[in-house]
Design a protein around this ligand. Structure first.
Ligand code: NDP
Length: 341
């Protein structure tokens, strides 16, 4: 989920559906309030779906939405693969509808970032800039951000040929030439996916060996429309209104070459938003590790704390799968709470 790095945290806002503020004006102390049944961290597809299911199970639910609410779909334009929208939908519009649906059932929202958590014993504690919130159970749905190269023209042309999600955007590049950057399993998977749609796929990798699993590499090498450029980095993205090409540099010879392509797909990893969770839960490479027990498949290493979406799922990373995980986490939390009245 995107965070407003370098921005001052948003003023405290606690909101209830259809009302300005159920507990009074900004700055009101929330200490001493009874704990929520569920606190959901994150307001992307996983978090909001969890909140819909939790509130409809009559659980008192708080969503800590983040200072920049809505998750990765807020920075996406056309979403054509989310079921129920035959003509597609804009990412921000989808999230706005989702939030309205969540609020309809009484979920409360704090549009702020989490600064600290304490999961050592229930009720679990979650801090935002204005105070501490207590929850009998927690659902973590803070997501993961795709990494980008950090080039100015890459930023400018995001959504106009630059993408970090081949499954989401590949269809827009049907019959065109594209570049994929990266050498891990995601780069292999994205390249193979794109090779079924695009005229050619060129994988640009900064070393002379992929780190991806052997089986994925073999599949890639066997695909005639995919070629690999080794020891090279993308150093610029070319094009005015849309991507027209990329400039690459051989890291050994320093020679630069321009490739004429219409798409640039980044597959250089993701950063799960788990900074504040360190030392509280079992993480691996920054992702939450699920520890299913007693039929709770979204359980984490702390009983009563559940996880949903890209914060644990590095594999599927789709809005629809995140929503599915959100539903599962809410059902797990509900059942867990029943056993811990
Ligand atoms: P990885 O971290 O495995 O790979 C990232 C790749 O991007 C590396 O090859 C790395 O190069 C390259 N890279 C990183 N930063 C830059 C940069 N600034 N410029 C150029 N290249 C860069 O990420 P993945 O997303 O591929 O995979 C994450 C995890 O998810 C892995 O454990 C993977 O196995 C798993 N996964 C599993 C799948 C499956 O089982 N089907 C599918 C997808 C992912 P270098 O190698 O030089 O470090």
């Amino acid at each position: 989920m995107p965070h407003a790095e370098g921005k001052v945290a948003a003023p405290f806002r606690l909101r209830v559906a259809g009302q300005d503020n159920s507990y009074g004006g900004p700055g009101l102390s929330i200490r001493g309030m009874p704990p929520y049944d569920v606190i959901v961290l994150g307001s992307g597809p996983a978090g909001l779906t969890a909140a819909i299911y939790a509130t409809r199970a009559n659980l008192k639910t708080l969503v800590i939405a983040g200072a920049v609410a809505g998750g990765q779909l807020m920075i996406t334009t056309d979403v054509e693969n989310y079921p129920g929208f035959p003509k597609g939908v804009q990412g921000p519009e989808l999230m706005e509808l989702w939030r309205q649906q969540t609020a309809r059932f009484g979920a409360e929202f704090v549009d702020d970032n989490v600064t600290k958590v304490d999961f050592s014993k229930p009720p679990f504690k979650v801090w935002t800039s204005d105070g501490v919130h207590e929850g009998r159970s927690i659902i973590i749905a803070t997501g993961a951000n795709a990494k980008y190269l950090g080039l100015p023209n890459e930023e400018r042309l995001k959504g106009r040929g630059v993408s970090a999600c081949a499954v989401c955007d590949g269809f827009f590049f049907k019959g065109l030439d594209v570049v994929v950057v990266g050498g891990g399993d995601t780069a292999m998977e994205d390249s193979l996916f794109l090779s079924k749609l695009c005229k050619t796929v060129t994988v640009v990798h900064r070393r002379h060996a992929f780190r991806a699993s052997k089986i994925m590499q073999d599949r890639l090498f066997k695909t005639p429309t995919i070629k690999v450029i080794w020891d090279s980095e993308v150093i610029d993205v070319l094009g005015d209104q849309r991507v027209e090409g990329v400039r690459i540099k051989n890291v050994k010879t320093a020679q630069t070459t321009d490739l004429k392509v219409r798409g640039l797909f980044l597959a250089i990893g993701h950063d799960p938003a788990t900074d504040v969770l360190r030392d509280q839960l079992r993480l691996e490479k920054g992702y939450i590790v699920l520890r299913p027990h007693d039929g709770f498949s979204t359980a984490t290493s702390v009983h009563g704390v559940f996880a949903a979406g890209d914060v644990h799922d590095f594999r599927y990373r789709q809005a629809v799968t995140a929503a599915g995980f959100g539903c599962m986490a809410a059902l797990d939390a509900e059942k867990w709470l029943q056993g811990h009245e």
